[in-house]
Design a protein around this ligand. Sequence first.
Ligand code: MTE
Ligand code: MO
Length: 229
Amino acid sequence: MSSNEADARPYGRRAFLGLLAAGLTSFAWAGPASRIFAPVTSQFSQLTGDLLPVGGWRIYTISGSMPLFDRRTWRLELAGLVRKPRSLTYQDLLALPRAEQVSTFHCVTGWTVENVHWAGVRLEHLLALAEPLPAARAIRFVSLEQPYNDSLTLQQATLSDVMLAYEMDGRPLTRAHGSPARVVIPEMYGYKGVKWLTRMELVSSQPTGYWEGLGYDQNAWVGRSNGYG
Ligand SMILES: Nc1nc2c(c(=O)[nH]1)N[C@H]1C(S)=C(S)[C@@H](COP(=O)(O)O)O[C@H]1N2
Ligand SMILES: [Mo]
């Protein structure tokens, strides 16, 4: 390819190599835990446009690909130990009472993003629609990105600053950040925050989440778990 062709790309080759180097550098700085949580830096498409991580974020996937949100076909299933199983459309989700908050995001590998503006719905409004049965004790959150999943007890899920977020910093969630909805629980490390959420299943005892199966704590309290504090 001539250098002219390369320069015609949205990101020139030089910028591309720069991005790649930046990705690899943060990869090299990271401790052993972050190697497991390594961001995807190998695919050009994931380094461009709104997929480019900004503002201190690192974009994580376990599969190396990102589910694509289609508002006509996406559903949020409320299932398991509930009186009224529900299948909500994106419009249904947006029609629920809106909550907003500003909170700090912590990844267990040590990076944080302060003052993230989130908008979304409190879990209690979703639970009220589905009417959990008395035996329900926890919620299993399932991602479209299989097999990513995690869980919260009902008590944790209804803490006052826990939400299902559909906006970040004043814009609908981007694909990289888990569109159309992700779990936000600022008191816990980021792996509890399932991106590309598609199903909430009410269960009687708390299942082991994806990273928890690999040794991370189920109760992921910031500063009080995973060897911290
Ligand atoms: N589906 C899915 N959700 C996920 C992850 C993932 O790899 N896949 N990584 C988790 C981890 S460890 C962190 S720190 C945050 C990172 O959020 P970000 O990719 O928007 O920066 O997403 C969490 N949710
Ligand atoms: Mo993380």
